[in-house]
Design a protein around this ligand. Structure first.
Ligand code: NI
Length: 261
């Protein structure tokens, strides 16, 4: 079995294809669980609704750095209640820092990130981090919020696309990296290098659909079924069997997202 640990099936690009069709194609390649990730207030409501309505879906609530402006103490209180009530909400995020387009002031992003870290810690669910062009600042905030010697909630850098050197800093802190279709792109040498070196218990696979379709389907709308391409590529890079990557990534996802099963 495979688990797509980071999808946005609630987005129009996939809803318009018919959710049952998307689910059936995922099941046909062995995808057994799909975690829909919240990025703002609206999509977080949708992920929870989808999870309530369909067994295969799980949900997270979170504010992407581009929607950091929606963060407030009131929203965090509301989400805290929701997470405590609904066991299909398996994590907080995606949240973090993204300086790529610099649309949202850095201090606004940092404050929303800190609020969401506190939320995840207070309810004891894992944190899904989105980090782009902001690696050192992300780590600085995590270092401020976590004691790496103690037992922590799970933390994942989703769609990891930084250097191997930085990934090693994360792994040393018990932070997991997860891979998308980017690892299948011929020019993504850095990400492939990270995949080659990632310890077998420190990675997960995801699509981040509808974005980032793997090489074979590039230009198309990405979907959970294509997570098998990601697993296939990691197997090829690491020189081990596809079955073993499926087994390990699923085992890692189950351990990371304690509420999954
Ligand atoms: Ni995403």
């Amino acid at each position: 079995m495979l688990i797509d640990t980071h999808a946005h099936v609630t987005f129009d690009e996939l809803v318009s294809q018919g959710i049952e069709n998307v689910i059936n194609r995922a099941k046909s390649v062995g995808v057994g669980k799909i975690i829909n990730i919240g990025c703002d207030i609206k999509s977080s409501e949708d992920t929870v609704k989808f999870a309530d309505e369909n067994e295969i879906f799980y949900a997270t609530v979170g504010l992407h750095p581009y929607d950091a402006g929606q963060a407030s103490d009131e929203l965090m209180d509301e989400w805290k209640k929701l997470i405590l009530e609904n066991k299909k909400i398996v994590g907080v995020g995606e949240c973090g820092l993204d300086y790529f387009k610099a649309k949202i002031p850095q201090d606004v992003q940092k404050s929303a990130f800190r609020l969401q870290i506190d939320l995840a810690k207070s309810v004891g669910v894992p944190l899904i981090v989105h980090c782009r062009d902001a690696y050192e600042d992300c780590l600085e905030i995590l270092d401020e919020k976590f004691d790496w010697d103690g037992k922590n909630i799970g933390i994942v850098f989703h769609c990891y696309s930084g250097t191997l050197e930085f990934a090693e800093k994360l792994w040393g802190r018990g932070i997991v990296t997860s891979f998308t279709g980017i690892v299948t792109y011929p020019n993504a040498k850095d990400v492939q290098e990270v995949a080659r070196n990632v310890p077998m218990d420190m990675f997960m696979v995801e699509t981040d659909c509808p974005y980032l379709a793997p090489q074979k389907f590039r230009g198309q709308t990405n979907e959970p079924a294509f997570v098998s391409e990601v697993a296939q590529k990691i197997a090829e890079i690491k020189g081990i069997s596809y079955e073993e990557i499926c087994e390990k990534s699923t085992e890692n996802a189950k351990r990371f997202f304690e509420r999954l099963f």
